[in-house]
Design a protein around this ligand. Structure first.
Ligand SMILES: [Zn+2]
Length: 349
């Protein structure tokens, strides 16, 4: 089986919010060698509760590592991923998605490193004290604080992840950061002009910097027609969702979860074929070569996964798909995981 390095999944949130376990058996079935688990803090969580929520996610991760200690090991760099794999374990990597829980307290970057984190996504889809996000009306790029944060990240050995970042944040960071830079879960803007995706100019700049982009499996980032359709659906259902949510206690996580569960079956009436993931991989590989593209599934962060990719157990089918698109075996190894492994190896230097 071809080893997989999935650069982004939100499964820790499922552990905390729903009491589920990580899909360990599916990692093994799918040949997952390394899984980056993102710690995303819902922007609706009040500021003073953000850091405690992050601590909760970390505690959940630790508890899962203890429960599945014969299958999972925490890793912080490429060497530790390889060591975990040699012992027959899946390497778990931790990433903070959005700096909101750190905000102005840059000492927390060292604390994150102590907790085993190896990557930070500078922003989620909202601006924060460090940088502008891709949905901001005014793109201010990196702030002075964001630049200080990058210096600290570089000193300690972090990957800077620019998925969700604005254009200016993206290019500012490529200029300012000396450490490794990735887009962990984004797609090609040329195929789907969504603000979350990378333009050709961004892709070329990422390659020049030596970074890697992980194609996201979210249908809204893969396909413009699906995105339009899902927006219309959300619009039509807005009043229904509001009616359901206003009967709930004012808990932002509960309210988000309930509205997601309401809309999910409706989104699943129109599943995008998984071949659309391959379209984006092929496009980026044609532009940049096969050394700069990988996978960032966004599993457990996507409401309606594509038809044919229900979870980590289906990575081998994706590898088969790459074969049918004419990629050579060594190129498939690069795309499925080798490229991201190379990025995490840079943390040893
Ligand atoms: Zn994300």
């Amino acid at each position: 089986m071809i080893p997989v390095f999935d650069a982004h999944a939100d499964s820790l949130l499922e552990v905390v919010d729903h009491g589920r376990d990580l899909p360990v058996a599916d990692y093994v079935k799918g040949g997952v060698q390394a899984q980056v688990l993102a710690c995303w803090i819902d922007p609706k969580i009040p500021p003073q509760q953000k850091f405690p929520y992050l601590e909760k996610l970390i505690a959940a991760g630790r508890q899962q590592l203890a429960t599945f200690s014969s299958d999972l090991i925490l890793a912080r760099c490429g060497c530790e991923v390889e060591e975990a794999n040699r012992q027959g374990n899946v390497a778990i990597l931790l990433s903070l998605e959005g700096a909101d829980a750190i905000d102005r307290d840059l000492d927390r970057i060292a604390w994150l490193r102590d907790q085993g984190f190896s990557a930070i996504t500078l922003t989620w889809s909202r601006p924060n004290a460090w940088a502008s996000s891709c949905f901001d009306h005014q793109d201010r790029g990196l702030s002075d604080l964001g630049r200080d944060a990058l210096r600290e990240m570089d000193r300690l050995g972090f990957i800077a992840d620019l998925s969700h970042a604005s254009q200016k944040t993206f290019f500012d960071t490529l200029d300012a950061y000396n450490g490794p830079v990735i887009l962990s879960h984004s797609c090609a803007y040329a195929l789907c002009p969504h603000r979350r995706n990378a333009t050709d100019e961004m892709l070329q700049a990422l390659k020049t910097k030596g970074g890697v982009i992980g194609v996201n499996f979210a249908p809204g980032f893969l396909d413009p027609d699906w995105w339009e359709w899902s927006k219309q659906l959300a619009q039509q259902e807005r009043a229904n969702v509001a009616r359901i949510v206003e009967q709930l206690p004012p808990d932002p996580i509960l309210r988000r979860r309930v509205s997601e569960e309401y809309i999910r079956p409706k989104l699943l009436t129109r599943r995008l074929p998984a071949s659309r993931i391959l379209d984006h991989v092929c496009y980026i590989a044609e532009k940049l070569g096969t050394s700069f593209v990988g996978l960032g599934s966004d599993f457990d962060g996507v409401l309606a996964l594509p038809q044919g990719w229900d979870g980590p157990q289906d990575f081998p089918a994706l590898a088969e798909g790459l074969k049918s698109r004419g990629f050579a075996p060594e190129e498939i190894v690069q795309i499925m995981g080798g490229n991201f492994l190379r990025m995490w190896h840079q943390l040893n230097n």
